[in-house]
Design a protein around this ligand. Structure first.
Ligand code: ATP
Length: 306
């Protein structure tokens, strides 16, 4: 039986009186791209540290690659995990290649592997330059390169695109896609929700040390009370017809603004509303709630489930 790369069962972690994690259970499947979202202080970094075996859980079990992170055997597993911390700090006076050599030695990976990962992140030409001459994006790529050393099956990326410009972010995800194609399991955290919502297979929303929600984006959407917005462009005379046709439906809310009609409706009513609009031959655009809206819709505290 192949075990899941990550299995957490009822994990809690306290720092004195502070309960950073409270009964967190989750499973990440092999090859999955898994997102971790949460406000500052929600417990994401603590969860990462537990999964990397850097901190012990107060209660519950954390198994990574089938091995309990509290067991002595986990040291071996950790070497096979790639990790890009939130702020990748390194020796500025060394060249990129020299920095990677250090990491290769720590990970017991042959130094000959360094050139390949530098190429993978598009840093071959800068490999001989000292790190203090690098831009923020180049430093981050170097950090990414060290996480990729040794071809890890499991990669943790803590806010990897923090501080990158849009081009740097696009580059980062292009490289990440290539890494994914090799079948690695990836856990990624981000504050930029819109950025990861279409890039992860599943995600967890954390709040106050607990999992507030988890699932695919579609599952989260269907569980939340957040209406889709359907915008129709009216032709003369159609406003009244639209109002009359929607009236029996009860649920959808219509707002009229000149030639623009905005209808807010729950997912179960969407097809009925679209049928009305199609009958009137109106042009429509559908705006689904973004993850950002779902997340902010929590008000930081509650999940409004059906
Ligand atoms: N070493 C520590 N000692 C005491 N309290 C801690 C420690 N590490 C974390 N905490 C507390 O645990 C809670 C969760 O912190 P954590 O850093 O995991 O949150 P986070 O979601 O990663 O936040 P951010 O997005 O700001 O990085 C916070 O209340 C924090 O103050």
């Amino acid at each position: 039986m192949t075990s899941s790369p990550i299995e957490l069962a009822q994990v809690s972690k306290s720092f004195g009186a502070v309960q950073a994690l409270r009964g967190v259970s989750l499973t990440v499947a092999p090859g999955e791209m898994f997102g971790l979202i949460g406000h500052n202080g929600a417990g994401k970094s603590t969860l990462f540290k537990l999964m990397l075996g850097l901190l012990p859980a107060t209660s519950g079990t954390v198994r990574v690659q089938g091995v309990d992170t509290a067991s002595p055997e986990f040291r071996q597993v950790r070497r096979r995990i790639g990790y890009l911390p939130e702020s990748f700090v390194t020796y500025d006076n060394l060249t990129g290649l020299e920095v990677l050599h250090l990491f290769a030695d720590l990970k017991h990976v042959p130094r000959s592997a360094c050139a390949g990962v530098l190429e993978q992140v598009g840093m071959s030409l800068a490999a001989g330059r000292r790190v203090h001459t690098y831009s923020k994006g180049m430093r981050q790529r170097l950090g990414f390169a060290q996480a990729l050393l040794g071809d890890p099956d499991l990669i943790f990326l803590d806010e990897p695109t923090n501080g990158l410009d849009p081009e740097g972010i696009a580059d980062f995800y292009r490289i990440l896609r290539e890494v994914r194609e090799r079948g690695s399991t990836i856990v990624i955290t981000s504050h930029i929700l819109a950025e990861i919502q279409d890039r992860v297979d599943r995600l967890v929303i954390m709040h106050s040390g607990k999992i507030a929600e988890q699932g695919t984006l579609a599952q989260l959407r269907s569980r939340m009370v957040l209406p889709s917005q359907i915008v129709a462009t009216l032709r003369p005379g159609t406003a009244d017809q639209l109002q009359a046709a929607l009236a029996p439906l009860d649920g959808p809310e219509l707002r009229l603004d000149g030639a623009k009609a905005t209808i807010a409706c729950q997912s179960g009513e969407k097809m009925a509303v679209l049928a009305v609009l199609a009958k009137l031959a109106l042009d429509v655009t559908i705006h689904e709630p973004t993850l950002e809206q779902l997340f902010l819709g929590h008000g930081g505290a509650h999940v409004h489930a059906h």
